[in-house]
Design a protein around this ligand. Structure first.
Ligand code: AMP
Length: 141
């Protein structure tokens, strides 16, 4: 049982609330976003009820990764877009509103429909970068 009860995506996966279904296999479920940024905006969701990507099992991650390109191609064909963004939010401050891992496939059209890019960046400090990369590498061995 999920802490705090099943997420809205678990209810969709279990058929307890309706959706415009696109795809299903043993580990993955996919359907149209009910509040799309652009036509064809699709969600790809692991059936495993992990809240954020870092908590997802490798088995589910592999299953999602395997179908993302195929679902993206179908979304592009049907929407008529040739460009798209894949968006994946983790945590409320990172704009996650549904606490169940999901990937957005968002077609981007030349007229601007789709995801906007309001993010700011600044050049990497290479001394910090070397230290940070080394610390992350150490956790991956
Ligand atoms: P995020 O902000 O990354 O957590 O995105 C959650 C997405 O789920 C939003 O784009 C919502 O429009 C979408 N969503 C919420 N409830 C439903 C639902 N019942 N059916 C389809 N999409 C939904």
């Amino acid at each position: 049982m999920e802490e705090g009860g099943p997420s809205i995506f678990s209810l969709i996966i279990n058929g307890e609330i309706p959706c415009h279904k696109i795809y299903e296999d043993e580990h993955v479920f996919s359907f149209l976003d009910v509040n799309p940024f652009s036509p064809g905006h699709t969600l790809v969701v692991p059936k495993e009820a992990a809240v954020t990507l870092d908590a997802l099992s490798e088995e589910s991650a592999q299953a999602v990764g395997r179908v993302l390109p195929r679902i993206s191609r179908a979304v592009l064909d049907v929407s008529g877009a040739s460009e798209f963004n894949v968006l994946q939010n983790n945590g409320p401050n990172a704009f996650q509103s549904v606490p169940h891992v999901h990937f957005h496939i968002i077609p981007k059209f030349e007229d601007g429909r789709g995801l906007a890019w309001p993010f700011k960046s600044s050049p990497l400090d290479h001394e910090d970068g070397a230290r940070t990369a080394s610390e992350i590498r150490d956790l991956l061995v």
